[in-house]
Design a binder for this molecule. Structure first.
Ligand SMILES: *Cc1c(COP(=O)(O)O)cnc(C)c1O
Length: 345
């Protein structure tokens, strides 16, 4: 990896961050807070939240087995994705490389930040080629995005390819593990302490059942996390989100039950899809959704909309012609989908 100083934009490297009242005073035993111009009434939401979410990070550190100093929390994973562009990529000069097809936000954040986005097409089984990825890199490539399990294809990306790129690329490699709880393979978090150029993204939006509170995680070296904290909005995670996440983490064993139920339903729904008249091909899934190629995706999509059932039509995405992305729901929801499709002529 290049020196971090060489990779980070100069204006960010030299940035003197905003210091909030709650940054300056971090002790806990004070009981009179006259430092932040808050309204003294309407406890407890009258107070600014902890800008570095220390309690919440302690809980996450214990669950994930990663020190709190290596954790960044964002307003969904979308916040760390955007922050990485703003920290590393000089607009109009630097570029990033990503597998294609994949999660759309990497490309949108590139456009917003005026950063060239280089798409390297996966093969027919939705696997990347390390040689092709490395060939797309040049001196101005700062970030390289993997998403595993990948969205919208649903499959785990070959571990050897990710490791080869981590070994060979001298910029930052991001592995988005939004669906890792369903994947049945180890997380790249295991390699965090050995690899200074690795950033792992995870989220509370999928297996953890908290999409509504907007909470995403980035795991990286302490040096990278420190820079992310410098650039983020001072109070990026609101008090209600921090409190609710803490409450939910108290009984996080529940997610094991949810994941088990979802995986068993995924197997059943995929089996049923294989028997459907409209199905052309079902792709292997390591996530809580699967991709299916059908005879006429728009017709099937519209038919389902009429029945009040919404799936995702991914037909315009590379390698996904006539393909629908189906999230695995409850038994009742899945039955509603299957019953509707069985009735379709
Ligand atoms: C859903 C998803 C996310 C989660 O985004 P949040 O902003 O945390 O809700 C991140 N990456 C991928 C690939 C996803 O599919």
């Amino acid at each position: 990896m290049k020196d971090l100083k060489q990779l980070v934009r100069e204006n960010i490297w030299t940035l003197k961050p905003y210091t909030s009242a709650r940054d300056e005073y971090q002790g806990r035993d004070a009981h009179v807070f006259l430092d932040a111009n808050e309204n003294p009434y309407n406890n407890p939401i009258n107070r600014y939240p902890d800008p570095l979410q220390r309690d919440l990070k302690q809980s996450i550190a214990a669950i994930k087995g990663v020190p709190a100093a290596n954790i960044f929390l964002g307003n969904g994973s979308d916040e760390p994705i955007d922050l990485l562009y703003r920290i590393f990529c000089n607009p109009g000069i630097d570029n990033v490389v990503a597998i294609e097809p994949t999660y759309g936000m990497y490309g949108v954040c590139a456009d917003i930040n005026n950063v060239e986005y280089r798409r390297v097409l996966l093969d027919e089984t939705f696997q990347p080629d390390a040689g092709k990825l490395l060939a797309a890199i040049d001196n101005h490539t700062k970030l390289l995005f993997f998403c595993s399990p990948n969205n919208p294809s649903g499959n785990n990306i070959d571990r050897e390819v990710i490791e080869k790129v981590l070994d060979s690329f001298d910029g930052i490699v991001i592995v988005d593990e939004a669906y890792i709880d369903f994947a049945g393979v180890p997380s790249f978090l295991e390699q965090l302490s050995l690899r200074p150029n690795l950033v792992v993204l995870q989220t509370f939006s999928k297996a953890w059942g908290m999409a509504g509170i907007r909470l995403g995680m980035a795991f990286a070296s302490q040096e990278i996390i420190t820079i992310m904290n410098k650039v983020k909005y001072p109070y990026n995670i609101n008090l209600l989100t921090q409190q609710r996440a803490m409450d939910e983490l108290m009984h996080y064993e529940r997610i094991e039950e949810w994941v088990k139920a979802i995986l068993s339903e995924r197997a059943r729904v995929m089996e049923e899809f294989a028997k459907l008249e409209c199905t052309v091909k079902i792709y292997k899934s390591d996530a809580n959704f699967f991709l299916v190629r059908v005879k006429d995706a728009l017709a099937t999509y519209s038919y389902l909309v009429d029945k009040g059932i919404i799936v995702r039509n991914r037909s315009k995405v590379a390698l996904c012609g006539n393909s629908l992305r189906i999230t695995v729901g409850t038994v009742e929801e899945n039955n509603a989908l299957l019953d509707a499709l069985k009735q379709k002529i």
